[in-house]
Design a protein around this ligand. Sequence first.
Ligand SMILES: Cc1ncc(COP(=O)(O)O)c(C=O)c1O
Length: 282
Amino acid sequence: MDTYYIDGEFVEEDHARLSAKDITVLRGYGVFDFLITYNKRPFYLEEHVARLENSAKDIGLQLQHSRSQICDIVKQTIQQNPDHEESNIRIVYTGGISPDGVTPQGNGILMVMVTPKHELPDWWYSDGAAIATVNMERCIPTSKSTNYLNAVFAQQLARKQGGIEAVYVDRDNRVLEGTTTNFFGFKGNVLITPPDGILPGITRSVILKLVKDTYNVALRHLDLSELKDLDEVFLSASNKEIVPIIKIDDMVINTGKPGERTRHIMKLFKNYTEAYGQGKVS
Ligand SMILES: Cc1ncc(COP(=O)(O)O)c(C=O)c1O
């Protein structure tokens, strides 16, 4: 049984209760963030909490906890779960109870859910995976809001096509990001990833830092029609890290195998997260 933090208390997971009147339940109005541990050290905790604050600001939600209070609560919740080898950490800040059901009152609830990290299939990383495109846009894309209706729906569409993830394509045919991942493509030695209209992924930011001396980076939007000419594609996310993509809809990317540059970035990222877990990088 895992221990969660909710509204000032540590409780067993089955005892974590939220009011049915909370506008996160009624309206999908709230924010969350997600991170994992390496060697029990939460990866980029401050940055994730800063993004939570930004997610809240972008939807007009007032948080009553400071960044350092939230970071401390996350660390304490990890300590409450000593049996986990590595953890998934979900930080949720609800909209709170509103008398008219729609106007936030600044009384949201902080919840921290720490669960054992689960491993994803090895073949995703060794053989590469398929994804599907969907014509959908996230409302307020810079905010990781608790309204992930698009994501839940789009992932079902992708799975029906044998894909592991769906990638949003907007009304201008721009390829933006996956439902819970950021999108990268290589054309030659140029690594392309969208500059805006996306959630600024923490994994994405680490990748951009790690590759800056090796590859040319183009922060620009990719048109749907450009995908077929990409040499390599990969997705990034905290839980998935870096997943090579070998097929998008019916299009096979290059030779249909994970590309050399993608493999190189996977290695750089692995070395970096190992060092992070050992406290060798801050
Ligand atoms: C819409 C969206 N894009 C990108 C990401 C990847 O972000 P990160 O690397 O910080 O996990 C996520 C994470 O869940 C997401 O929900």
